[in-house]
Ligand binder design. Structure first.
Ligand code: C2E
Ligand code: MG
Ligand code: MG
Ligand code: MG
Length: 278
């Protein structure tokens, strides 16, 4: 039995002994069997074409619900999965689940251009990453050109042989997107030398659109488009942000304004709705 004592301390009763543990240790402990206990699931957030107002894809986002801890946010548990190396196994499960889901949608007449999956730097630099991907694609029979992986500028800058791995992904027909773009230190000219398809402008810059922060968004969109990247704005919440992004002819958008991440069963419904209403 676990009891929260206030703050980040938990106390356990185990064999009549009281054991104190901080929250991150408890998370680490609970994550050990999370996959086996079926505690993970994936939610999907629509990616909207801002010109046509339809769903063109989804981003897959991991969720964890644990008996003792309840729902823990990815921002809290993913660093711990990374620290323990568990992200490799969980990452494979995510890719398999997502490829299967996309395949199932296709069989049911839901045609999305792509499904986007976040890949941790730890997973990206793993020796077997490409082989694991190939195996998952083989197994699930998904056409690899529907798959996009999201990595951050940090992954690009910090991992040796990044361009080799990117070329192999390109060889398989898998697309690559730079997540949280603008928060790291990569330059567009450097990114242009790599086989990268999409830039996702970080939500913090989209938030700034409500307070005169147009200049950075504007620069990323214009330079990015000239360099032939697909540009996605992350975290659109207000009509004002959307209006500005449309004016600047940003290709795609994602955010609570359109939809929060939802269970897979909701996607066919949103697919119909967004087609007609927005
Ligand atoms: P991210 O990849 O940049 O994902 C976008 C995050 O912004 C998601 O948070 C999403 O729910 C949230 N978001 C989207 N639109 C809005 C909005 O309009 N307003 C607000 N306030 N938030 C919005 P989430 O799901 O909590 O994920 C946080 C981060 O955790 C992700 O950032 C990603 O870095 C990581 N993550 C999530 N799922 C996975 C996964 O399957 N694998 C890996 N390696 N990382 C993941
Ligand atoms: Mg992402
Ligand atoms: Mg992001
Ligand atoms: Mg993020």
């Amino acid at each position: 039995h676990v009891k929260k004592n206030g703050g980040d301390d938990y106390s356990f009763s185990m064999d009549n002994q009281k054991i104190h543990m901080d929250r991150s240790l408890l998370i680490e402990l609970e994550l050990k069997n999370a996959l086996i206990n079926n505690e993970f699931h994936i939610v999907y957030q629509p990616l909207i074409n801002l010109k046509k107002n339809n769903i063109v894809g989804v981003e897959a986002l991991l969720r964890w619900k644990n008996k003792q801890l309840g729902t823990v946010s990815p921002g809290e548990f993913i660093p711990i999965l990374e620290k323990t190396g568990k992200i490799i196994e969980v990452g494979k499960w995510i890719l398999r689940t997502v490829c299967n889901q996309m395949k199932r949608w296709q069989e049911n007449g839901i045609f999305l251009e792509r499904i986007s999956v976040n890949v941790s730097p730890i997973q990206f630099k793993e020796q077997s990453f490409i082989d694991d991907l190939k195996q998952i694609i083989d197994e699930t029979q998904l056409d690899a050109s529907y798959l996009e992986i999201e990595i951050t500028e940090g992954t690009i800058l910090e991992i040796a042989n990044v361009s080799k791995t990117l070329q192999k992904l390109q060889g398989l027909g898998i697309k690559v997107s730079i997540d949280d773009f603008g928060t790291g230190y990569s330059s567009l000219s450097y990114l242009k030398q790599l086989p990268i398809d999409t830039l996702k402008i970080d939500k913090s810059f989209i938030d700034d659109l409500d307070t005169d922060g147009e200049i950075i968004v504007n620069t990323i969109i214009n330079m990015g488009k000239n360099l032939r990247f697909r540009i996605i704005a992350e975290g659109i919440e207000t009509p004002h942000q959307l209006k500005y992004l449309k004016q600047q002819q940003c290709h795609e958008g994602q955010g609570y304004f359109f939809s929060k991440p939802v269970g897979h069963e909701q996607i066919p419904i949103l697919y119909q709705e967004l087609q007609v209403t927005k």
